[in-house]
Design a binder for this molecule. Sequence first.
Ligand code: S3P
Length: 177
Amino acid sequence: MSSGKKRNIVLSGFMGTGKSSVGKRLAELTHYDFLDLDAAIEAEAGISIPQIFSSQGEPAFRALEFQMVERAARQTGLVIAAGGGTVADPRNLEILKSYCILITLTADIPTILRRTGSGDDRPMLIGGDRVQRIRTLLEKRASAYSQADIVLDTSALTIEEVARQLVELLRGFDFVH
Ligand code: S3P
């Protein structure tokens, strides 16, 4: 694929698939700048993501997420680690697909469980049966995740292996940067 408009690389995919860790390494390897969307949201709000969810609710978080997507997509030469639910908003998916090479990282449920741990830093996983919540969210988001230019299963790979495989897979794409 070749498009003059693709100027950033986005890592999407469910919580625990490795977006942030891989994104940092991929940015080093490609000499792009790294932008973590969740960190940008927290910086904009001045509070943590769990605090945004508990004090203002998910809709307020999603509104901030949309703002940050618009801001990030306008830039050039970024590896952007999206949040797990970012592409579930069709507006975000459209913006990211238009201006970025979109990568979905995937992982099996045991791997997602292990990597996300049992902490309360991920509001979307709190309450009820964790496996069931993951399954339900994965089903809801499957169609959005599948619209990526590249899909890579990270379950059996190290961060370094994922980043290096992505560099190879990205060779076929043209960038403005
Ligand atoms: C979310 C995933 C989180 C963060 C927020 C909502 C989701 O990002 O954006 O808690 O809806 O899946 P990570 O995927 O980086 O954990």
